[in-house]
Design a protein around this ligand. Structure first.
Ligand code: ATP
Ligand SMILES: Nc1nc2c(ncn2[C@@H]2O[C@H](COP(=O)(O)O)[C@@H](O)[C@H]2O)c(=O)[nH]1
Length: 189
């Protein structure tokens, strides 16, 4: 296998999904495979775009069928990386980006070693709070702040770190790290 996996780790609201969205828009060769989750869908989300939304029974069945590369309980729900779609990309020289919790990132490193590049996205806690409230994450808000405090302690475990205060700067920093792995030019759209 020769593909690359870029993993973004960091607090809820640090901007991982927004960075991924911008990158996918500009570089069509960068693939994103939606994870499977038992979390309730947000009003702005559509099934199959950011995630495949399933109930706990379906998630358990996928575990039984060895359908995940890794899975973890994060905040208050289950999240899993679909095995088949990833293995197809990695068998070629494809590049895939995803956001993931620290346990998931560790599992990827164990399984795929040098194919994996880990990037910690940091955010000052006051901005994180502001962004989560704006997104409407009120019920699970505290759990997400505690999880970020834990993730922050292990920030040195990752290959790179970027700070997302100014979004444009964070995006430029992300590109600076990964552009060497992206084949071809940005898409024209
Ligand atoms: N630099 C920024 N300045 C202002 N708002 C931002 C910035 N980056 C992201 N946001 C906003 O913050 C909110 C959370 O961002 P996003 O969903 O990308 O975070 P995330 O790290 O993927 O969170 P989660 O891990 O919970 O999925 C979104 O509404 C997004 O538009
Ligand atoms: N271990 C995994 N963690 C994942 C996966 N997909 C997303 N995540 C992480 O879960 C939280 C919550 O995300 P949200 O979209 O519900 O706010 C975040 O830290 C993600 O990075 C996965 O497949 N495996």
């Amino acid at each position: 296998m020769s593909g690359k996996i870029i993993l973004l780790i960091g607090g809820s609201g640090s901007g991982k999904s927004s960075l991924i969205k911008r990158l996918r828009h500009e570089y069509e060769r960068v693939r994103f495979i939606p994870s499977v989750t038992t979390r309730p869908k947000r009003p702005t989300e559509h099934d199959g775009e950011s995630y495949h939304f399933v109930d706990v029974k379906t998630f358990q069945q996928l575990i039984q069928e060895n359908g995940f590369i890794e899975y973890a309980h994060v905040h208050r729900a289950w999240y899993g990386t679909p095995r088949q779609a990833y293995e197809e990309i990695l068998a070629t020289d494809g590049i895939v980006i995803k956001d993931i919790d620290p346990k998931g990132a560790a599992a990827f490193k164990t399984l795929f070693a040098d194919q994996v590049i880990t990037i910690f996205v940091s955010v000052p806690p006051d901005l994180m709070k502001e962004r989560l409230l704006m997104r409407g994450d009120t019920p699970e808000f505290e759990a997400r702040l505690v999880d970020y405090a834990d993730a922050w302690k292990d920030r040195d475990h990752y290959d790179y770190m970027i700070e997302n205060i100014d979004f444009e700067q964070a995006y430029v920093d992300l590109l600076g790290i990964i552009s060497a792995y992206i084949p071809g030019q940005p898409s024209e759209s």
